[in-house]
Design a protein around this ligand. Structure first.
Ligand SMILES: Cc1ncc(C[n+]2csc(CCOP(=O)(O)OP(=O)(O)O)c2C)c(N)n1
Ligand SMILES: CC(=O)[C@@H](O)[C@H](O)COP(=O)(O)O
Ligand SMILES: [Mg+2]
Length: 646
């Protein structure tokens, strides 16, 4: 169903059309944009509150700046829906985040207005600074604007970039979109600092004087620039008492301004355009602005799924049979259960307490379950510090966000062999968030680090056993990967058992072909049993559980008995679980075998439902069956090593 845009929005095919409108029409454009987002997201799903919060900022930027010549760089990009709609993608917006549709984030391939691909946070200032310095080198007179949220501002990368920008003369404007929220409430001292700045009467009085003076000096003409500096410097000395963090970093600070006052924003941006060098505009906004329920419960409405826009009822699938829980719920309930018994257990999340369900433990044990803000690197080293003092930290990080903390895993945890327990959530295809969020690479990047145990549960009970085993196993770090979403066991709350580290499970004996799986994807093989029977094949199935240490006894059994082996993983095929099996085979003299590896191929796979993406990668149910059938049909024909990957 195509949603009809409002009267003005219908005529805006690109920002040049927007710029033709008089200023007094922008309010209506904002109203229509909000409505269009509400209409579309309620039907098709997606991120919600963040875009509603930056409608005026988006309109003002495209109105004032000469985009795409001037560069807007969005941080994370989950808030870029107004931008997408204004920049030629209004009529495709209903395909947002769907298979084959628009990406949910800015993406360079998608539009010339998307200056930098995003999805992970806190990259915008670095990227915009790179562009600004490139412009300078090339002699271009572009403007460069990084739009970053208060949550994303907590990450080290943002500070690294400000530290660099502030010492440069690059022409860059940072817009700090301060809504006091990440997905969950924003964390840390910075948010309090921003609130203090926003509410301090003293600061605001001085700030108003600066703005008034700016207004006056603008009329001075060519010397305005120096005069502005002089005026500001005089006022800055008065502000020493309450010095400004951003000014201290060399960024000229402007604000706070009301991020929903479209007229004021346009004027402010027009002024800022004339001021060269690195600067920051602090805009205060409300996440979910314009949709009352979203303003009230901002975490729930960050990405609510489809909903009835009139009642606010979120549409959930209705089931008639008991459903398996999400792995996330099992993690959250299990860590709490264990923490009640063991006071050394602590939980850490970098800004994803609702997403990973650590919020279950946070409610009961706020001091032992900690959201450190968007700070994956810190989360890992903080966990290492806890472990160094004998605590038992569970550090839960989405697989793709762990990419950012790799050095900390190697340098701070594994080289020192500190028993941190990593839970890598969203391992495998993440779904609608797309390429930036797929947990594709963790098997290769974790299994190559000495000391680290690398495990993946096939179901909820196994996750509980692995978490329990990790607590008992105090001799090295331990990582457990599991996917986004449901497991397979409605009755999941089984007693926890210690399992032997490095021991797999034989799920079923068989003939001709052995299938080796790692993690949840093993259930697809179980679910195929009727189809195997119908096809007259009987493959053996082993759930390896650990890719490191790998179950050598089991592999000896497999390769002694079978000449044909299929490996399946929901992860990158290059260097992953299948590769580990190949290495083992070669190292152990099993060269006369056929092996087919199924997993995420060596290409970027975009967004879609998990099953759609697995199909594209060739390891959905049909793909697995096809691979096994193909292999079983040529049982006796091969005498050389045949290594195939899909
Ligand atoms: C490196 C990284 N960690 C975590 C996330 C998950 N994440 C996406 S949006 C978000 C909150 C961002 O807060 P903020 O920048 O203030 O934007 P807001 O949603 O408030 O507009 C988080 C934690 C991410 N995208 N990237
Ligand atoms: C933009 C972002 O990074 C998050 O909002 C992400 O979309 C959350 O994903 P989950 O819904 O899997 O928690
Ligand atoms: Mg925020």
């Amino acid at each position: 169903m195509l949603i009809q845009p409002g009267e003005l929005l219908a005529k805006i095919d690109n920002p040049a059309d927007l710029r033709k409108l008089p200023l007094d029409k922008l309010y209506q454009v904002c109203e229509e944009l909000r409505q269009y987002i509400i209409d579309n997201v309620s039907i098709y799903g997606g991120h919600f509150g963040a875009s509603l919060g930056v409608t005026e900022l988006s309109v003002a930027m495209h109105y004032v700046y000469n985009t795409p010549y001037d560069r807007i760089v969005w941080d994370v990009g989950h808030q870029a829906y107004n931008h997408k709609i204004l920049t030629g993608r209004r009529d495709q917006f209903h395909t947002n985040r769907q298979y084959g549709g628009l990406s949910g984030f800015p993406k360079r391939d998608e539009s010339e207005y998307d200056t930098f691909g995003v999805g992970h946070s806190s990259t915008s200032i670095s990227a915009a600074l790179g562009m600004a310095i490139a412009s300078k080198e090339k002699g271009d007179d572009r403007q460069h604007i990084a739009v970053i949220g208060d949550g994303s501002m907590t990450a080290g990368m943002a500070f690294e970039a400000m530290n660099h920008a502030g010492a440069s003369d690059a022409n860059i404007l940072i817009i700090l979109n301060d809504n006091r929220m990440a997905i969950d409430p924003n964390q840390g001292a910075l948010k309090d600092y921003l609130t203090d700045i926003t509410t301090s009467p003293f600061y605001n009085k001085i700030k108003d004087e600066v703005w008034n003076m700016l207004g006056k000096v603008k009329k001075i003409g060519p010397h305005a620039q120096q005069a502005v500096s002089a005026a500001e410097n005089a006022l800055k000395s008065a502000l020493l008492e309450q010095s400004n963090l951003f000014e201290a970093l060399g960024l000229r600070y402007f604000g706070p301004v009301d991020g929903h006052d479209i007229n004021h924003l346009v004027h402010v941006m027009e002024d800022l355009k004339k001021i060269p060098g690195p600067k920051i505009l602090h805009a205060v906004t409300v996440k979910g602005k314009g949709y009352a329920l979203a303003e009230k419960d901002q975490t729930k409405w960050h990405a609510p799924g489809k909903f009835d826009k009139l009642t606010g009822e979120i549409k959930k699938k209705v089931f008639t049979t008991p459903q398996a829980p999400k792995y996330q719920t099992v993690f959250g309930e299990t860590i709490l259960e264990m923490a009640r018994e063991n006071e050394k257990i602590m939980g850490i999340t970098p800004a994803m307490p609702s997403g990973c369900s650590l919020n279950i433990m946070m409610k009961e044990m706020p001091d032992r379950a900690i959201d450190v803000g968007i700070a994956e690197q810190h989360a890992v080293t903080f966990a290492a510090g806890l472990a160094a003092e004998g605590m038992i930290p569970f550090c839960n990080i989405y697989s793709s966000f762990m990419q950012r903390a790799y050095d900390q895993v190697v340098h701070d945890v594994c080289i020192q062999n500190l028993p941190v327990i990593f839970c890598l959530d969203r391992a495998g295809f993440a779904g609608a968030d797309g390429a930036t969020h797929h947990g594709a690479y963790d098997i290769p990047f974790m299994r190559c680090i000495p000391n680290l145990v690398v495990a993946a549960p096939m179901n909820e009970a196994e996750l509980r056993h692995m978490m329990h085993t990790a607590v008992k196993h105090r001799t090295s770090p331990f990582s457990i990967r599991y996917p986004r979403g449901q497991g397979v066991m409605p009755e999941w709350k089984v007693p926890m058992e210690e399992i032997q580290v490095g021991k797999g499970r034989k799920i079923k004996d068989g003939e001709d072909v052995a299938v080796l799986t790692f993690g949840h994807i093993g259930n697809y093989v179980v679910q195929l049993s009727d189809r195997f029977q119908a096809e007259g094949i009987n493959p053996a199935h082993y759930d390896m559980r650990f890719v490191k240490p790998i179950d050598e006894e089991m592999l000896h059994e497999v390769f002694t008995k079978f000449d044909k082996v299929v490996t399946i993983e929901d992860g990158a095929i290059m260097g992953g679980f299948g590769s580990a099996i190949l290495e083992w085979m070669m190292d152990n003299g099993f060269t006369n075998k056929q092996i087919v590896r199924l997993g995420i191929p060596d290409t970027i796979i975009e967004q879609g439902e998990q099953l759609e993406l697995q199909k594209e990668a060739g390891f959905d149910h049909d793909g697995i069956l096809e691979a096994i059938l193909k292999l079983s049909s040529n049982v006796k024909s091969k005498s050389k090593v045949l290594v195939k990957s899909k």
